[in-house]
Design a protein around this ligand. Structure first.
Ligand SMILES: NC(=O)N[C@H](N)C(=O)O
Ligand SMILES: [Mn+2]
Length: 317
């Protein structure tokens, strides 16, 4: 809300002589501007509207209901926050392009990251409609699914069945027959990659939920960290869930050989990638190539939580 106008109008009680003096001597258009939206029309994030009151919305609600852009930009032809550079990309919801996912039924997919960008993995949003069913990944490809909205039923070849709701996930090893089914609309974020095997190490199906994962030590950092997969050598990637309170930021301005696919599940802040600084919000996705300088600071009044793919446990040679 416009503090300047409010302050001016609130700091004088209507009965003070100065108030009347101002009222009589200040041109009426100034009074109007100061006391109505005309002067500061940009809505403030500190307004306690339902949208920003996270307690009134389902978990990760913003990911599938993003604030696309300030109202005065929404219908601006060609406006997007998306960026594609040599060592990073920011893909924001107004840029998503959905098409039927091959081998899935009643499911639209928006690929956000694929080897064409330079990655060794794919990251996509799967919008499962009612009565939808997954297809299998290519042979020798492992899959990770995370439920962002709705719920799905995972059934694997040995017949065990799991209901996955928001914040739940599953890891499917390469060549493990399985189906993911939804009888009502559901949204998943999916990572797949060709499995980089190690002798005498095998991965197994994992089913879990973020809230049941323990917090891990983060020496020198203040964010809260959970890892959704085992850290054992068999697994050639992990999925980090990282939480920042407003004002908290990464201590290390990281540069490393690992690649990242990021989905901001909650909150907002500034992501530095290379020499660029991007305001981001829940629903935004980021590709980080190996060695791109990366840093995040959380802003606003609710925590930031992001889901992060990171390759691990394999010699970079
Ligand atoms: N950009 C990141 O958040 N990177 C992680 N802290 C990581 O690489 O572990
Ligand atoms: Mn990193």
């Amino acid at each position: 809300m416009c503090t300047l106008g409010n302050l001016k109008m609130q700091s004088f009680s209507p009965f003070s002589s100065l108030y009347f003096f101002l009222l009589l001597t200040t041109p009426s258009f100034v009074i109007t501007a100061l006391t109505q939206d005309g002067f500061c029309s940009a809505p403030s994030i500190f307004d306690s509207d339902a949208d920003s009151d996270s307690s009134s919305q389902p978990l990760y609600w913003k990911v599938t209901n993003p604030t696309l852009s300030p109202s005065h930009l929404q219908d601006l032809p060609g406006f997007t926050r998306s960026v594609y550079k040599q060592d990073h990309a920011l893909i924001t919801p107004e840029s998503h392009v959905f098409s039927p996912l091959p081998d899935w039924s009643n499911t639209l997919g928006a690929y956000l990251i694929t080897p064409a960008i330079g990655s060794h993995f794919v990251m996509y949003l799967a919008k499962m409609q009612e009565n939808s069913k997954s297809g299998l990944p290519p042979s020798d490809v492992e899959r990770f699914i995370f439920v962002v909205q709705g719920s799905v039923i995972l059934t694997n070849v040995s017949g065990n069945v799991h209901k996955l709701t928001v914040d739940s996930y599953a890891y499917l090893p390469l060549n493990l027959d399985h189906t993911v089914e939804a009888d009502a609309a559901a949204t998943l974020v999916v990572f797949e990659r060709r499995y980089y095997g190690l002798e005498n190490h095998v991965t197994e199906q994992i089913v879990g939920s973020t809230d049941k994962q323990p917090l891990l030590e983060t020496p020198g950092e203040i964010f809260e960290l959970r890892k959704l997969l085992p850290t054992s050598l068999a697994y050639d990637f992990n999925i980090h869930i990282m939480d920042f309170q407003p004002g908290e930021f990464l201590n290390v301005k990281e540069v490393h050989y690992n690649q990242h696919g990021l989905l901001l599940l909650e909150g907002q802040g500034i992501y530095r990638l290379g020499d660029s600084w991007y305001p981001i919000q829940a629903g935004d996705a980021i590709w980080m190539a190996p060695f791109v300088p990366q840093w995040y600071a959380a802003l606003g009044k609710t925590r930031s939580r992001y889901l992060l793919y990171k390759d691990v446990n394999r010699n970079p040679l």
